[in-house]
Ligand binder design. Sequence first.
Ligand code: BES
Ligand code: ZN
Ligand code: ZN
Length: 498
Amino acid sequence: MQIEVLYGPIQASDADGIVLSLFEGAPLEGAVKAVDEALGGAVAGLIASGDFGGKAQQIAVLYPRGAIPARRVILVGLGAAETFDADAVRQAAAVAAKKARELQVSRLASVLHGTGKLPAEQAAQATVEGSELGLYSYHGQKTAPPPPALPQSLELMASDEAEMAAAAEGAARGQVVAAAVALTRDLVNLPPNICTPAYLAQVAVEMAQQSGLRVEVLERKQMEALKMGALLAVAQGSDTPPRFIVLEHNADRAADLKTVVLVGKGVTFDTGGYDLKTREGMANMKVDMAGAAAVIGAMQAVAALDLPLHVVGLAPAADNMIGSRAYRPQEVITASNGTTIEVVSTDAEGRLLLADALVYAARFQPAAVVDIATLTGACMTALGVGVAAGLFSNDDALRDALLAASARTAERLWPLPLFPEYEKMIESDTADVVNSSREKFPGVGASATFLKRFVSYPWAHIDMAGMAVGEKEHPYIARGKASGFGVRLLIEFVRGWQ
Ligand code: BES
Ligand code: ZN
Ligand code: ZN
């Protein structure tokens, strides 16, 4: 979608549809008041009838029939003014954009929702993010051509000339962020026979070449040379070979800039291995690379925004399969830092990929490392599916920075503990550590405590197992499809980290 920021009153726009927004129970003012007057009180009438009250996600369409140049007026609710934030803008913009598409609107104009309460830059960014994310669609492998992408253009009307520059900057950032989320969603939505580790790597290479990122893809031989025995144990059960993707922004300035490393779990399909999942448990395990996809998407945006940090994205990628070469329970494997791991469950494979990636991260002498992974059902049990991702960290400042980014992006994180008791749960009789606790109720912290064995720097772990897929109807996350969770969060975190 073409996006422009223009200066002028929206009631003068001759677009196919104009979007206006209203707080719940608020008096008519500004553009809404002007349009109401031009339409002979039609908006006031709509409110008086009780058909529209400005509730969040509420929508109404009016037809001016020549009273103003636009063909349609789309009214969208912002909810209560007291609870208003940038996410109310994203949601309202998404609902309005989807309504416009349904009405086959080609040229759409919109107010910057919530200006006055939010700085113009934030209002513009959130309006663009909501519109683009709401309109995202996945065509998959359908042979029929996709429907035309509507609306074709979005004109954001700034009512104050002094806000133009800030609004344009916010809108541009919103486009970068939305494109990153779309890339991630596409990858997560792809079927596992297409989105293999090699495919993920190829997409990362192409993205890097277009973005100016440095990229390196390690293959099995190189992983063997690095003694990545944990990752390789998972990968050996599949004919589809593993990849270890390394993306780097500002690689040439690594010595002068602070380094942040992002690590994403890239299991392109998780059968569970010999600890085979049930049919139900396996049903959507193509999304087990959502962490890796989030890191690839975020890296695209980090490059486009040219953030003043040395940022490294690591995506260890492998399939978790059964077969004559697949790893088995009771095997003892050795990670790249020499730690020996007794395999208790072949289904606790994600932490094995992450272990070698976290060891690899240390070579960059990072100020912070954040890993993101669809890691445990326990986290889903603890926090609820589609409600929040779990956050574990060994560093208070890093945890706070992630929580702040979470609040700004409405990608919810909830802090969970790394209690010392969890250490006992991953002790092994014969190796340094087990990959999965044998206790009946190991708690949500055992997996994170396992990862902690492989870190030597400020570190945070995000368990997004319940967040990869849209759970219920949401204005800008389609139900049953990839959410793109983590992309906006990681971008915002890197933007705020110094
Ligand atoms: N990929 C799964 C976790 C998962 C479950 C992600 C549901 C998304 C939705 C992970 O590899 C796994 O199988 N975890 C096991 C670990 C257990 C064997 C210690 C789990 O949580 O059941
Ligand atoms: Zn698993
Ligand atoms: Zn998994």
